[in-house]
Design a protein around this ligand. Structure first.
Ligand SMILES: C=C(O[C@@H]1C=C(C(=O)O)C=C[C@H]1O)C(=O)O
Length: 111
């Protein structure tokens, strides 16, 4: 009986499951990185609140988004895609920082 060149290949459903397992591991790392980044940003927010520094820092936003675009160019990703991801991340940072700034540092001691 003739053998197909595909006989020796891994079953596509096994390969799909393996690739999805790889994606799940990468996604877990992404979520941890997003959580850790936001925790640092909360610290930044408290610092801004306590020292009357504006939450929105356009020069820093430009620096971060430019860095993302440059990374994309070096790594064969679409710069517009990575910038859009970063704009979403930064929007959440600013939302969380705004909430922190709106809090009074001594709120917890008030009755
Ligand atoms: C975290 C900061 O606050 C905001 C959020 C940024 C971010 O998520 O990278 C960048 C600029 C800020 O307006 C910051 O000023 O560094």
């Amino acid at each position: 009986m003739l053998r197909s060149v595909h006989d020796d290949e891994v079953d596509p459903s096994d390969r799909l499951a393996a690739l999805r397992g790889e994606l799940d591991r990468i996604d877990a790392g992404l979520r941890d990185a997003l959580r850790d980044r936001l925790r640092v940003c909360e610290e930044v927010g408290r610092l801004k609140r306590d020292h009357d520094i504006p939450v929105m820092q356009p020069a820093r936003v430009d620096q971060v988004t430019r860095g993302a675009r440059e990374y994309a160019e070096r790594n064969e990703l679409d710069p517009d895609y990575l910038e859009a991801v970063y704009r979403l991340i930064i929007a959440e940072t600013c939302r969380v920082e705004d909430l922190l700034v709106a809090e009074r540092p001594d709120d917890s001691t008030r009755s």
